[in-house]
Design a protein. Structure first.
Length: 218
């Protein structure tokens, strides 16, 4: 079973649901040529897709176009259903950084056919995930920088201030659909700059003051 670690406390949470938000940054929506959504776009990854710091990404043989998407990750520490927006942050156990890997060619083909695209998002190693810092270390989750480099070249450099749906909004909205439980992880969307990765690449995703995540591609 995969677990999420709360840095400095020794606490570990068995990972439950990994709930993800798509199209949450306007510049990323534009770069992919998508329409802005009226409500948050939600998809899920299985816990089996998680790898930790120092892990290795394995791109499935059925794809030739795997993209990185660096994101602020939230670890839920308190159960809740229909959580009011004003109480949303009380349910957070920690903040971290994640890379939402997407098989863009597979996703595009499945979308074209009107089919679910789980296999483009949920394959083994599709969710590199850092440890989490306690909420007290993050004064404002809407004022964080998200950066990602590939082979020391900057690919993504954005701010959570540009989110369409804030952390409070995301938690409140998702809890109206799914009961949020301790160990659930929420990925909050990615800023612009997503691009393809290939075998031999080295990726570093970082949210300064929160977490840093190193992974490589086999």
């Amino acid at each position: 079973m995969k677990s999420a670690t709360l840095v400095g406390s020794g606490m570990e949470y068995p990972i439950g649901k990994i709930l993800c938000i798509g199209r949450n940054y306007a510049d990323h929506i534009r770069e992919l040529g998508n329409e802005p959504p009226e409500a948050p776009v939600i998809f899920m990854k299985p816990a089996s897709s998680v790898i930790g710091d120092g892990g290795t990404i394995v791109i499935p043989s059925y794809s030739k176009d795997c993209h990185h998407e660096a994101e602020l990750a939230i670890l839920i520490g308190k159960e809740g259903r229909d959580i009011p927006r004003e109480q949303a942050l009380e349910h957070i156990a920690g903040y971290g950084v994640a890379i939402d890997l997407t098989l863009r060619d597979v996703q595009a083909e499945l979308k074209k056919k009107g089919l679910p695209w789980d296999i483009a998002k949920g394959f083994d190693t599709a969710c590199p995930l850092s440890g989490f810092v306690p909420p007290a270390q993050v004064s404002d989750p809407q004022d964080l920088q998200i950066r990602l480099t590939v082979n020391d070249e900057t690919r993504q450099d954005g701010s959570t201030s540009l989110m369409i749906h804030t952390v409070r909004d995301i938690i409140s909205h998702m809890s109206g659909i799914f009961t949020l439980e301790p160990g659930d992880v929420i990925l909050t969307g990615t800023p612009a700059g997503v691009s393809a990765i290939i075998s031999g690449d080295r990726l570093v995703a970082e949210i300064p003051g929160v977490a840093r995540l190193h992974v490589s591609v086999r």
